[in-house]
Ligand binder design. Structure first.
Ligand SMILES: Cc1cc2nc3c(=O)[nH]c(=O)nc-3n(C[C@H](O)[C@H](O)[C@H](O)COP(=O)(O)OP(=O)(O)OC[C@H]3O[C@@H](n4cnc5c(N)ncnc54)[C@H](O)[C@@H]3O)c2cc1C
Length: 511
């Protein structure tokens, strides 16, 4: 059996993997994290995907137990600002579009309305809650509206948190439950005569041996790429953003308020994220160095996000966009940035980590190291990352913006094979279950619909059948959505007020 897992790297990936594997396998498997105190973590990664909820559930952690330690806040949606046209916005929420009388509500909207500037508020409830800055929970801890705690498939919200604080919180959580923590530099990774990893050599703790080695060393891929030589396949031909500059902006959030969403604002050579935490703003400009240099990017970000704080330290990051050909090679599995990464537009970095950990548990090997398990893992990890790649390319192809060389080039750039055909189909028909990327990649069909319509640059026609169908039921649903939204906005608390209560232990222990 595999009894000894050694994880190299103590960022979000390393500690999420360590705590989850420890939770699943208990003391039947030893988990060690070797983490350098010299090499910093990436220092960003603050917005998440709604499945993150299941990670905390699996660790047995309720919101009041971890959120106050991580400056955490709620995320109901991503607000796309200026992507369709300057001054316009729409929301991509964690909320499905229902079917009505045999057709999807988005199809009905296209037939009955078609005014893109009102699509999200006409079809969905969450955009109104975002505008009103509501918390998804009421002070008695109940979840918003008609949602229930057991809605596992798509939880209606995700979180923003300080990734460094989460890693520290999970360190304590893991160590208290038996994870061994070695604070040291890995100087070399030694292979046996079959090319499998045999042991690590560290600066102060000597040799560290193990059965399975997990590479969580970030973009450097110390084990998977540098030692085992697995090729990294770049996505820069279709997703050219390869740099970011980030700032942490202190704010009095009580005065400013906390919006329950991430904002992605289109910028001259990319886009800027704004992530409201409980205590500060995380912000950064993701851009392509083909169109903008780091100094210009930093100046753009400062002017946008912190014009009065010239002393804030900027974190410049070169991003490795793409994925390893295989993320599991021999007895090494890469998780996190060492495995693959696409720009954080849809907050998928931590989702990739969570998916990889869950898949590793399902495909966990024994002493026979059945290659079929590794093949299954590699296929699924590749499918998830490739699916998100397609979804992100859609964002640029379908965006209405074309006012700078960067946005103009986005319309003529190479497109992943499958997507080109899908986009042609979507000129006549909105995306449906059988026309979107066919493998699990985290995004439900509704997300493809919301983005295709909301971005405004890819027009599509209503289904002719709707002209012959009875529209009464759809009209009733459209009439009810603003009523439900108003009711919820009137009953749910202000997001900052709820977070203030949660962070000071004044809400009941739920969620
Ligand atoms: C600009 C940007 C924005 C992002 N935004 C988001 C977001 O909003 N949402 C999201 O989900 N994800 C986001 N991500 C992704 C997210 O940040 C990462 O997926 C996540 O932080 C995991 O990083 P990691 O642990 O793989 O690597 P890192 O944080 O880089 O950690 C690497 C670890 O390896 C250790 N290490 C390296 N070399 C050695 C050695 N020789 N010996 C010992 N230890 C070593 C380091 O000390 C460190 O602990 C973003 C990423 C970028 C680049």
């Amino acid at each position: 059996m595999i009894r000894d897992i050694v994880i190299v790297g103590g960022g979000t990936a390393g500690w999420m993997a360590a705590t989850y594997l420890n939770r699943v396998f208990g003391d039947r498997v030893a988990v060690t994290v070797v983490e350098s105190d010299r090499v910093p973590t990436i220092g960003v990664g603050e917005a998440t995907f709604s499945t993150i909820r299941h990670f905390f559930d699996r660790l047995g952690l309720a919101e009041h137990e971890w959120m106050p330690h991580c400056s955490a806040s709620y995320k109901l949606a991503i607000r796309y600002q200026d992507w369709r046209a300057k001054g316009e916005h729409f929301y991509h929420p964690f909320e499905r579009l229902p079917d009505v009388a045999g057709f999807n509500l988005a199809d009905w909207w296209l037939y009955l309305d078609g005014d893109v500037s009102r699509f999200d508020e006409r079809c969905l409830v969450i955009p109104a809650l975002c505008e009103a800055r509501r918390s998804p929970r009421s002070f008695d801890g109940r979840l918003l509206g008609e949602y229930t705690e057991d809605g596992r498939a798509q939880f209606p919200y995700a979180y923003h948190f300080d990734a460094a604080l989460l890693a520290r919180f999970l360190t304590t959580f893991g160590v208290e439950r038996g994870v061994r923590h070695v604070l040291d530099d890995v100087l070399s990774v030694e292979q046996n005569d079959r090319g499998w990893i045999d042991h690590l050599v560290t600066a102060r703790h000597g040799v560290v041996t193990g059965d399975l080695f997990i590479d969580c060393t970030g973009f450097r891929g110390l084990l998977i790429n540098q030692t085992l030589g697995e090729p990294f396949e770049s996505f820069e031909d279709v997703l050219p953003n390869n740099r970011a500059v980030a700032l942490r902006v202190p704010e009095d959030m009580g005065l400013r308020g906390v919006e329950p969403y991430t904002t992605a604002t289109a910028a001259p050579a990319g886009w800027i994220w704004t992530i409201p935490l409980y205590g500060r703003i995380g912000t950064g400009y993701v851009y392509s160095d083909e169109f903008c240099d780091p100094a210009e990017a930093e100046a753009t970000l400062r002017a946008f996000a912190a014009p009065d704080s010239p002393d804030l330290e900027a974190n410049h990051i070169r991003m490795r966009i793409g994925r390893n050909r295989r993320s599991w090679v021999r007895n090494c599995v890469a998780i996190g940035l060492s495995s693959g990464f696409v720009e954080p537009l849809e907050s998928t970095g931590i989702f990739f980590i969570q998916h990889a950990i869950e898949q590793l548990v399902r495909d966990f090997p024994d002493a026979h190291w059945d290659q079929a398990l590794a093949d299954d893992y590699n296929r699924r990890v590749a499918e998830v990352i490739d699916g998100v790649r397609e979804f992100l390319v859609l964002h640029y192809l379908a965006a209405g913006r074309d006012d700078t060389p960067y946005w103009k080039a986005a319309k003529t750039r190479a497109v992943p094979d499958g997507l080109a055909g899908r986009m042609r189909t979507w000129a006549s028909l909105l995306p449906d279950e059988s026309s979107v990327y066919p493998h699990f990649h985290g995004f439900d069909t509704y997300s493809w619909r919301v983005m295709l319509i909301g971005l405004g640059g890819w027009s599509t026609r209503p289904r002719p059948a709707l002209a012959l169908a009875d529209a009464d039921a759809a009209r009733a649903v459209f009439a009810d959505i603003p009523r439900r939204a108003r009711r919820l906005a009137a009953t749910l608390p202000d997001c900052h007020d709820y977070l203030a209560a949660l962070h000071t232990g004044r809400v009941p222990a739920v969620g």
